[in-house]
Design a protein around this ligand. Structure first.
Ligand SMILES: [Zn+2]
Length: 166
């Protein structure tokens, strides 16, 4: 057993820090580096964790964030994600994301990636582009999906492509 946890940027995969094991003793953890999202977004970044933030902290993030348990049940759904999807937090918390919230994600590329990560039982990160199919129209987004195997939680970050910047 290692006694150091490596913190990786969820967006770019860069190593952010090596710190004494935080968060349930997980050897790999996910944050956001200072280079992604302009670096200075409201003093939020770099941050060494995207897990266990307060609701105001989640809602201050300049990108959509949802957190899922290994079954795909929604544990967190921040303000930016509400704006992006038009779905209120109250309407999605506790629901099964892939079947009840966003059926357009029931494809190999999205749900399949999530299921593979959970089945592997190891922490991991995947970044890909995706076309969300909303009632109001299609939305091209960048996705970063991170699974932390000790806590058994996934965070999925969503950034509308036209807002992604450089
Ligand atoms: Zn980064």
């Amino acid at each position: 057993m290692t006694d150091i946890s490596t913190v990786l940027c969820a967006w770019c995969g860069k190593t952010l820090a090596e710190v004494p094991l935080p968060h349930y003793g997980a050897p790999v953890w996910y944050g956001v580096c200072g280079s992604c999202h302009g670096g200075s977004a409201r003093g939020l970044f770099p941050t060494q964790s995207l897990y266990g933030l307060s609701q105001p902290e989640y809602d201050a993030l300049p990108f959509g964030l949802l957190e899922l348990d290994p079954d795909g049940r929604v544990l967190q759904y921040n303000s930016a994600e509400e704006s992006l999807t038009g779905l209120s937090r109250e309407s999605v918390l506790g629901k099964l994301f892939f079947t009840d919230v966003a059926p357009c994600t029931r494809v190999r590329e999205f749900e399949g990636t999530f299921r593979d990560m959970v089945a592997a039982g190891e922490s991991g990160r995947q970044a890909f582009d995706f076309l969300f199919r909303f009632a109001e129209g299609d939305r091209f987004v960048h996705i970063a999906m991170c699974y932390e195997a000790v806590a058994q939680r996934a965070v999925i970050l969503v950034q509308a492509a036209e807002e992604a910047g450089a």
